[in-house]
Design a binder for this molecule. Structure first.
Ligand code: PMP
Length: 310
């Protein structure tokens, strides 16, 4: 991780090295936190944060499911992020807001623990590599099931959920694959360790429905709108592993992974298809401020020039 100058912590910008907590914090012991992953892109009008308000709204929803009352509103967190981005002065960065139960008592029920709220930012290139973005990645179906909606609500982007993801991606990497796809206990395709999944078959695009108990990805939503605007039908579906093996194209979406083609699933070779590449190209134009159709999705720090017409 490349260090940057400041981290926003509980209302203040503090030096990177000083953003510390005690080893007794509740969140460390029990995974009782919620977080977000957001990207800030270099655009012709300066750095712009993609769908910042939507991400902060999801952070609030995640916290609500954990009965965690965040001490900052969506708009306060939005302003804090823009202040941090402006201060650190990077043209592009990844942004990681996190809130967790802090130091107090260590019973499992976090009764009076304070809530620590932190926003970090640092440069982070292509999550699955530049080569992966261009030529696609190799994916393995995980032997670990995705946690069910009555186990831990995955609709909450809670830190503890990511142990399930970590097991899956570690298994895949050890077996020589780039990423994992997890299935539900019933055998439906859920998602990647940190991405949503799309399948193209006969010109129609399918993605697991929210009823699968997946995280409602903001990139998933953006890609759905973009694909529909490009003239494709996008269906929310129940997909099984053979749909992946028999697909014309498969790709993953996420803030970190952007739109990453999947060139093989369990060694079933799919290649990288034209629909994936068209959607990837359009998505990257949108986030880099080169497509005004979705200009509203970009939020600018006040030190940058305001978007045209704002
Ligand atoms: N699913 C999982 C499990 C994730 O961790 C992520 C990354 N936040 C996504 C999907 C994609 O979500 P988004 O597009 O909002 O980043």
């Amino acid at each position: 991780m490349q260090e940057t100058e400041k981290i926003w912590m509980n209302g203040e910008l503090v030096d990177w090295a000083d953003a510390k907590v005690h080893v007794g914090v509740h969140g460390l012991h029990y995974g009782s936190g919620v977080f977000e992953g957001i990207r800030c892109y270099e655009t012709p009008k300066g750095p712009a944060v993609f769908r910042l308000t939507d991400h902060m709204q999801r952070l609030h929803n995640s916290a609500r499911l954990l009965s965690m009352e965040l001490p900052y509103s969506v708009s306060e967190l939005r302003d804090a992020t823009l202040e941090l981005v402006a201060h650190n002065g990077l043209p592009e960065c990844y942004i990681r807001p996190i809130a967790f139960y802090g130091y107090g008592q260590l019973g499992v029920a976090a009764r009076d623990n304070p809530i620590e709220t932190v926003i970090m930012s640092w440069p982070w290139g292509a999550y699955l590599g530049d080569e992966g973005l261009r030529n696609g990645i190799r994916v393995k179906i995980s032997s670990w099931q995705r946690i069910g909606p009555n186990v831990v609500p995955h609709v909450s982007k809670a830190t503890g959920v990511y142990l399930n993801s970590m097991l899956a991606v570690t298994e895949a990497n050890k077996a020589g694959y780039d990423e994992a796809i997890l299935l539900t206990a019933e055998g439906y395709v859920a998602d990647g360790s940190g991405e949503n999944v799309f399948v193209v078959k006969d010109g129609v695009i399918h993605t697991p429905s929210l009823a699968t108990g997946i995280l409602p990805g903001i990139t998933r939503n953006a890609v759905t709108e973009i694909a529909q605007d490009l003239g494709y039908r996008v269906e929310q579906a129940q997909l099984i592993r053979s749909d992946l093996y028999l697909a014309d194209e498969v790709f993953m979406t996420g803030t970190a992974a952007e739109v990453t083609p999947i060139r093989s699933v369990d060694d079933h070779e799919l290649g990288v298809g034209p629909i994936t590449l068209e959607i990837q190209r359009t998505y990257l134009e949108v986030v880099r401020g080169r497509n005004d159709r979705w200009g509203d999705w970009l939020e600018y720090p006040s030190s940058s020039p305001a978007p045209a017409g704002a």
